[in-house]
Design a protein around this ligand. Structure first.
Ligand SMILES: [Fe+2]
Length: 195
């Protein structure tokens, strides 16, 4: 997105200019009707939006993968793992709306489709016909770790922009991702050593 727009687009789109732009000088172009008023600098709105939308996409990708493994779990620990992944899926799903609505509250726009998710996601899909239980757990464990790292990066951007509300939500979501990592790590260890 750039500050230059076609003439017809300028009738319906606007940029956030409530405060002096930051060092990058780059503003976010959004439809006028969706330009939520904010005291944040337009460059900060852009930075926050660009930090959060890939996280929303990754939460969707991780949600689907967690449900995929919940549905296709097998083996002697089926019940435990099936239930664990259901619980984790619900927690991940709840985080999606929290972050997407933060983007809207600061005046950005967010995810619109499965295609949009696939453009932004960094967590890879798993379309294998069969995945062993231990592999499922360790893959989700590492996905949650990388998600926590990406959320920490986004937290830095929010702190820099003094967007304390998004930073606060990210703190909770990081804690949740680390809790999921912990449970998956423990379950994966036991699965690897005890079968
Ligand atoms: Fe289920």
């Amino acid at each position: 997105m750039t500050t230059s727009k076609p003439a017809e687009m300028s009738k319906t789109h606007t940029t956030h200019t409530t405060k002096q732009d930051g060092a990058s000088g780059q503003t976010l172009t959004v439809p006028k009707a969706l330009a939520t008023p904010t005291d944040l600098a337009s460059a900060d709105v852009r930075a926050i939006t660009e930090a959060l939308n890939p996280l929303v996409a990754d939460l969707f990708a991780l949600y689907v993968k967690t449900k995929n493994f919940h549905w296709h779990m097998s083996g002697p620990h089926f019940r435990d793992y099936h239930l664990l992944l259901d619980e984790q899926g619900e927690q991940i799903f709840d985080g999606i709306d929290l972050l997407a609505e933060r983007v809207r509250r600061v005046g950005g726009t967010t995810i619109r489709s499965i295609g949009h998710i696939s453009q932004l996601q960094t967590i890879s899909d798993n379309n294998e016909a069969y995945v062993a239980p231990a592999q499922m757990l360790s893959e989700l464990c590492s996905d949650n770790q990388s998600l926590a790292q990406l959320m920490r990066n986004a937290h830095e951007i929010c702190e820099h922009a003094n967007d304390v509300a998004t930073a606060s939500i990210l703190e909770t979501l990081i804690d949740e991702a680390e809790r999921r990592t912990w449970f998956l790590f423990e379950a994966a260890e036991k699965s690897a050593t005890r079968g």
